[in-house]
Design a protein around this ligand. Structure first.
Ligand SMILES: Cc1cc2nc3c(=O)[nH]c(=O)nc-3n(C[C@H](O)[C@H](O)[C@H](O)COP(=O)(O)OP(=O)(O)OC[C@H]3O[C@@H](n4cnc5c(N)ncnc54)[C@H](O)[C@@H]3O)c2cc1C
Length: 508
């Protein structure tokens, strides 16, 4: 039986409100100054949490805008504001959602319950569609993990043998996978009799693409986490969220939030070195925009930028080990092709494109109706593909348009008005087996200095959620630095239905 508090906590909106009350009730204000280096999701979420706790925060960013890798900009070639790439979140991203709630960005997220797989069509015919996602049984949904089963069983994209193989795999993933497993996803799929159809159309396209790496470069524990969160734990956890505004606009609320609490954002301020003054117990930072001092420092940087800064910091026990940890990380690319047509190509908001080089289609014209387009604007995504990243702009556009016509024959009649290609070679870090040993926690080798960034020890893959978690963990560590305790980390969504019982059985 669940108590009143338990019942209330299972409702996300009420839970958020209760948490806010709890935070203000235990408000411990501090006039200590914190410099946070890096204005990505990790730095912004740490900064906003600490500003709310009463610290004087300076968020120091080398570029002229916030968002880090999740940014948008006016592309001069097409004269349109585009995201450097479509960024999606899911209902299970509780820390990112908590951060959005804090800065007032949550209402700009459009939620969508399902995904649609599309096969390439033949001879000008549209490809078959297979919707995936939760099903309802009357007014109430099916209990998790059965909620996703009916659509999976009905999916035309999978043969009977594929469906049996997927059922076997999902059943196996109901058992806990140790976080420190040394097995990679490819070998586990072979061991669990996965068919070619499931490997190509589900494991590679949905799971490996969410983790942005090849199947044999993904630790089984991370793949299992994605499957559980997106398809098993609850319908709410698997909901997909997409911003209705460009990413930089979404994150602009963070700067307003900070200024409203007496904190500040320094742009165009690349931090070049950090010196610890043991006498004053303060950090002195040399930035391109001048020098600044702070009682606490949070390095909220990608791993390669952290590695670049370490030699410009004081010698410390543990610094060499941190450098060695960083050396084990590897980048994976993501490419996006942005196409504007003179007419509508599809009524879908987004789709998973099967059996071709393109992986995902996002219908930006529909997702962002304020664009008021005469025709349509589609963003097509290719994850973890080094060969696509090697194509020239012209080759990438030609490939994208010709593949698009196979899925949506309307594209063959439409006139392509303009196009842009964005290649992010350092989009994400990989999560191969044993990577957790190379992900440091918030405590750094230096005094009053803490680490954040999606690559630090959050247990999540390279995502905005991992970045937001790391920011909240670093903010908690700063509070401990003044002898306080603050609870910024948002609780995970509780599994629902049968998954609740299964998780309790497994002690999760
Ligand atoms: C193409 C692409 C697609 C993606 N798709 C998704 C997705 O769909 N969903 C999802 O959840 N995640 C996605 N990600 C991953 C996500 O963007 C990252 O995990 C997340 O944004 C990382 O945030 P961060 O704050 O840790 O790092 P960053 O965003 O890299 O922020 C670090 C900041 O530090 C600044 N900086 C660096 N050096 C210095 C210095 N010396 N001084 C001052 N500032 C400095 C940088 O300019 C940057 O603003 C995608 C990433 C890319 C690139």
């Amino acid at each position: 039986m669940i108590g009143r508090r338990g019942l209330l906590q299972s409702l996300p909106i009420i839970r958020g409100a209760m948490r806010e009350q709890y935070l203000s009730a235990s408000h411990q204000s501090s006039t200590k100054a914190v410099a946070i280096i890096g204005g990505g999701v990790a730095g912004m979420s740490a900064a906003c949490a600490l500003a709310e706790a009463g610290f004087r925060v300076r968020l120091v960013e080398r570029r002229s805008y916030l968002g880090g890798r999740a940014n948008s900009y006016l592309h001069p070639g097409v004269n349109e504001v585009i995201d450097n790439c479509q960024h999606v979140l899911f209902g299970c991203c509780t820390n990112l959602i908590g951060f959005y709630r804090r800065i007032g960005a949550l209402e700009r997220i459009h939620w969508s319950d399902g995904m649609t797989m599309i096969e390439p069509g033949a001879e000008g015919k549209p490809g078959r569609r297979s919707p995936l996602g939760p099903s309802k049984l009357g007014p109430i949904g099916l209990p998790a993990p059965l909620h996703a089963l009916p659509k999976m069983l009905a999916a035309k994209a999978f043969t009977r043998a594929d469906k049996l193989a997927l059922a076997r795999a999902f059943r196996a993933l109901l058992r806990p996978i140790p976080q420190d497993t040394t097995e990679d996803l490819a070998s586990w799929l072979r061991r669990n009799g996965q068919t070619r159809g499931t490997i190509e159309r589900f494991w590679r396209l949905v799971i490996a693409s969410a983790l942005n790496a090849d199947l044999d470069s993904i630790a089984l524990s991370y793949a299992a986490k994605v499957v559980r969160e997106l398809f098993m734990n609850s319908a709410e956890a698997g909901r997909m969220g997409l911003s209705t505004v460009p990413l930089s606009e979404l994150y602009a609320g963070a700067a307003e939030f900070l200024r409203g609490r007496g904190s500040e954002v320094m742009f165009n301020a690349n931090v070049e070195s950090a010196v610890w003054d043991a006498g004053t117990e303060q950090w002195r930072l040399a930035t391109r925009a001048g020098t600044l001092t702070a009682d606490f420092l949070v390095l909220a940087l990608p791993f390669e930028a952290t590695a670049k800064l370490i030699p410009q910091m004081p010698p410390a026990d543990g610094a060499a080990n941190l450098t060695a940890q960083i050396a084990r990380h590897e980048h994976w690319p993501i490419c996006s092709v942005h196409l504007w047509f003179d007419r509508e190509i599809t009524d879908l908001e987004h789709a998973i494109l099967l059996d071709r080089e393109l992986h995902w289609m996002y219908n930006k014209g529909r997702l962002q109706p304020w664009r008021n387009l005469r025709g349509s604007y589609l963003e097509l995504l290719v994850s973890a593909s080094r060969s696509f990243a090697a194509l020239t702009r012209e080759q990438a556009i030609e490939k994208a348009v010709s593949e698009l016509r196979e899925f949506f024959p309307e594209a063959a009649q439409a006139k392509l008005e303009k196009a842009a290609v964005v290649k992010e070679v350092r989009a994400t870090f990989g999560v191969p087996p044993e990577i957790d040993a190379a992900r440091p926690g918030a405590v750094s080798p230096w005094p009053n200095c803490f680490l954040a960034g999606d690559w630090t020890a959050t247990g999540w893959p390279s995502t905005m959620e991992s970045a937001a978690r790391s920011g909240h963990l670093a903010a908690e560590a700063v509070c401990r630095g003044i002898g306080g305790t603050r609870d910024f980390l948002e609780p995970d969504l509780r599994p629902r239905g049968l998954m609740r019982w299964i998780s309790q059985r497994d002690g999760k």
